[in-house]
Design a protein around this ligand. Structure first.
Ligand SMILES: Nc1ncnc2c1ncn2[C@@H]1O[C@H](COP(=O)(O)OP(=O)(O)OP(=O)(O)O)[C@@H](O)[C@H]1O
Ligand SMILES: [Mg+2]
Length: 306
């Protein structure tokens, strides 16, 4: 059984189809990235998943329970941060967590609060008022709140917005650790690099439609090319083309389809034999390049990174 399943989910707002025919599944232990630019429909989708608004068509199941027809069972195992987490800044972190634990009907509240605070790395700051927390600490408290009832599915809407690089990294590590413990995580983002580092799978949302879906591992593996910086790019391009390599030129650099080390060695040899110096060989993997192949457009355009 899937932890989260969307089948043909659409949402009309006014006269606009804001989200159209979404089909996605998320499994236990998986971090699923929902990547899209501003206005793509990420928050709308997440609001439907957590039962805040109804789909116009389609169905959403959580652990087999339909969110529309059986919201109590479906949402019993969901922790979420939608938009900005609601935190009371005049209370301490602990008081906030106790409040949410009560709302969620958690047993043994004191212990559970300690445990989730420990989990997100806030244990030693728990008795400070939230207004004195940094943004990173607030985000972690938000996750702690989402974890309070020990959910099987964690739903996060752009959780790293506004975090500095160190905060983002800490956050990613926390999410990966939760997934290792078996949690399913559905996380939206407009940052390609973040999704690449945090997620196992990615769906690319654009104009309310998923235009691509892939495993990150497949994306990075399927690319198989290297970037070369050489002394005479024009000649190098001709030499490689004549030897049957697939070559593209980007300014002074060449992109060559070379699947493995033997292929890379052969490319370099072919150049050196023709008296062309090779200054640099850089791996061409990464999500960014494969994005082009997958979506037919530049990542900056597709994911709103520009
Ligand atoms: N009540 C409404 N009527 C019509 N369109 C709406 C309404 N509410 C939102 N929209 C549109 O729905 C689209 C999707 O919005 P949504 O907030 O889901 O996008 P998002 O991917 O979360 O964007 P962001 O990255 O800015 O958070 C937007 O184009 C928005 O203008
Ligand atoms: Mg949004």
């Amino acid at each position: 059984m899937h932890v989260l399943e969307l089948r043909g989910v659409s949402k009309r707002l006014g006269r606009r189809m804001v989200v159209e025919d979404l089909n996605m599944t998320v499994e236990a232990g998986e971090v699923y990235g929902f990547l899209g630019p501003n206005g793509a429909g990420k928050t709308t989708t997440i609001r439907m998943i957590v039962g805040l608004i109804r789909p116009t068509a389609g169905e959403i199941r959580i652990l087999g329970h339909d969110v529309q027809r059986d919201p109590v069972r479906a949402l019993a195992h969901v922790g979420a941060i939608v938009e900005n987490p609601e935190l009371y800044s005049y209370l301490t972190g602990r008081q906030n967590l106790i409040h949410y634990a009560r709302l969620a009907g958690v047993n043994d509240i004191a212990r559970r609060v300690e445990r989730v605070a420990e989990r997100v790395g806030l244990a030693d700051r728990l008795d400070e008022k939230v207004k004195r927390y940094s943004l990173g600490m607030r985000q972690r408290l938000g996750v702690a709140q989402a974890l309070i009832a020990d959910p099987k599915l964690l739903v996060l809407d752009e959780p790293t917005n506004g975090l500095d690089p160190a905060g983002m990294r800490e956050f990613r590590e926390l999410i990966r650790a939760l997934a290792r413990e078996g949690m399913a995580v559905f996380v939206s983002s407009h940052l390609l690099a973040e999704v690449e580092q945090m997620c196992d799978k990615v769906a690319v949302l654009r104009g309310g439609r998923v235009i691509a879906e892939a495993r990150i591992a497949d994306l990075t593996a399927s690319v198989g090319h290297v970037w070369l910086r050489v002394s005479r790019p024009d000649m190098a391009q001709a030499v490689l083309r004549n030897s049957g390599w697939e070559v593209a030129r980007d300014g002074g650099r060449l992109r060559v389809a070379a699947k493995d080390e033997a292929a890379i060695a052969a490319v370099v040899r072919a150049l050196v034999e023709q008296g062309i110096d090779v200054y640099e060989v850089a791996p061409g993997g990464g999500l960014e390049q494969s994005f082009l192949a997958l979506t037919g457009e530049s990542p900056a355009h597709a994911a709103g990174m520009a």
